[in-house]
Design a binder for this molecule. Structure first.
Ligand code: NAP
Length: 480
């Protein structure tokens, strides 16, 4: 079985202990690869390499940095199928979705290849005529990037592409469940001509690697995507050396369907936000608010549409929904459904749970499930489920639903479906979320700022905003 290596200072290396950890196929529970297991020592060497490489990369002309990013985009697109297969194998999502994710991941290289050339400073008129004020934007330094398992390619490139465009160097720690997609991306960056040490990959126990990254004064920036719980811990650790942080954390998205909505559009929107990646996305809807007069019709149409969707191994041509990532996730989703039903919710569709894996480590499938009659004391109404469960709540008025939708500590994404232009503007402005999809269940795109308010995070990824996160602002006052 192939043993994948760490990537440090341009070399593919084993950890000092030569230990590996297993990578499992979530559809079957079978081991499909092994990844070299790094710890604090290897992480320190990766930081050494990134700090050394920073000296040259930070002063490499922006058009040269951009050309390498452009090449990385082309290579990712040329190798789309192969990377998608590696992703489906370790993450479980249907192959067609995985291919879509590789294209999305590549789009960050495409976008930031151009942005690298547009890091403009400013001149500001001074109040003293013998003075000139200049503002420079400079790379912040070595970046620690920590990514989750649900988007093994896109979460890596959404961080690395702007960091490299800005002139920063990177130490990446991908999620333990999905390191192989990240290894493939490193290999393509190497092929694209990225100098040694500019990106480095370490994988292994999160605590050891995380601590080594957070303690090191040479690491100036943390960019993290993952749970709110771990985000808070890393924020505390980063405080000891006052690192700049950007955190893309959990969500609890509401989707509001008004009675003037195009219901078929709303059903497709619900499928897009809830069933992509088996509901394991941070912007998945977790609360479906349907205006009372149309709730029965919405449930009926949604259930009919769900009947056409096939659950299965991501490699089967006609699979629409893959497995959950692991047993822990399965138990959580199961608990959310059971808790709601026990407290009086009604099962409207689905509810089937099965374990078809050859081992306890995978093969957990949950049928798309609609439950109605959700109330506040049910866990599902306050916690992120991360699975294909559609909880239906009803409402009477616009004012009431805005209050309910905002009644959460999360603030990542929200969706609304209406054919009224005035209402879409009014409600979008009132919702306390970083991303609003109006009649749109798939808002993510490389050009736009992605990120959350409240406990869903700090900072933005994507577009010109994503680049800001990797830049320092320097003011020069020059007396003539
Ligand atoms: P997680 O448990 O927080 O893990 C995310 C990453 O953090 C993994 O690489 C993990 O490593 C690492 N990690 C865990 N504990 C750590 C520690 N003590 N120190 C340093 N690193 C540590 O989250 P997850 O379960 O993989 O991902 C799901 C969560 O991510 C959900 O809440 C989802 O909403 C959120 N998410 C947010 C966005 C967004 O853009 N806002 C996007 C995608 C996902 P190991 O794998 O080795 O444990």
């Amino acid at each position: 079985m192939k043993g994948h290596r760490l990537y440090i200072d341009g070399e593919w290396v084993l950890s000092d202990s030569e230990a590996f950890f297993d990578v499992v196929n979530p559809s079957t529970g079978l081991v499909i690869g092994r990844m070299s297991k790094a710890g604090a020592d290897e992480t320190k060497r990766a930081i050494d390499a990134a700090a050394e490489a920073y000296k040259k990369w930070s002063v490499t002309p922006p058009n040269e940095r951009g050309a390498i990013l452009r090449r990385a985009y082309e290579l990712l697109m040329e190798n789309k199928r192969e990377i998608a297969e590696a992703m489906t194998l370790e993450q479980g999502k249907p192959l067609k979705e995985a291919e879509g994710e590789v294209a999305y991941a590549a789009s960050f290289f495409e976008w930031y290849a151009e942005e690298a050339k547009r890091i403009y400073g400013e001149t500001i008129p001074s109040w003293y005529m013998n003075k000139r004020i200049m503002v420079l934007r400079q790379p912040i330094g070595v970046v620690a990037a920590i990514t989750p398992w649900n988007f093994p390619a896109a979460m890596v490139t959404r961080k690395i592409a702007p960091a490299l465009a800005a002139g920063c160097t990177v130490v990446l720690k991908p999620a333990t469940q999905t390191p192989i997609t990240a290894v493939r991306i490193m290999a393509l960056l190497e092929q694209a001509g990225l100098p040694k040490g500019v990106v480095n990959l370490v994988a292994g126990p999160a605590n050891d690697i995380g601590e080594a990254l957070m303690k090191d004064t040479r690491v100036k920036k943390l960019t993290f995507t993952g749970s709110t719980e771990v985000g808070k811990l890393l924020m505390q650790q980063a405080a000891s050396t006052v690192k700049k942080v950007s955190l893309e954390l959990g969500g609890h998205a509401p989707m509001v369907v008004f009675e003037d909505a195009d219901l078929d559009k709303a059903v497709e929107g619900a499928i897009a936000t809830k069933l992509r990646n088996c509901g394991q996305t941070c912007i998945s809807t977790n609360r479906f608010y349907i205006q009372e007069s149309i709730s029965q019709e919405f449930i009926k149409r949604l259930a009919e549409r769900l009947k056409t969707m096939k659950l299965g191994d991501g490699f089967e041509e006609d699979t629409d929904i893959g497995p959950l990532i692991d047993n822990k996730s399965y138990l959580k989703v199961k608990h959310h459904i059971e808790d709601a039903l026990k407290k009086g919710a009604v099962l409207e569709y689905g509810g089937g749970l099965k374990h078809v894996g050859a081992t306890e480590n995978g093969g957990y499938f949950i049928e798309p499930t609609i439950i109605s009659g959700i109330c506040k004391d049910m866990i599902i109404s306050t916690e992120e489920t991360f699975g294909p469960v559609i909880p239906i709540l009803t409402f009477k008025t616009e004012e009431e639903v805005i209050l309910a939708a905002n009644d959460t500590n999360y603030g990542l994404a929200a969706y609304l479906f209406t054919e009224s232009l005035a209402r879409s503007m009014r409600v979008s402005e009132a919702l306390e979320f970083g991303i609003i999809g109006v009649n749109d269940g798939r808002p993510s795109t490389a050009q736009a700022p992605f990120g959350g308010m409240k406990e869903s995070g700090i900072g933005r990824e994507g577009g010109k905003y994503g680049l800001e996160e990797f830049l320092e602002t320097k003011f020069i006052s020059m007396a003539l």
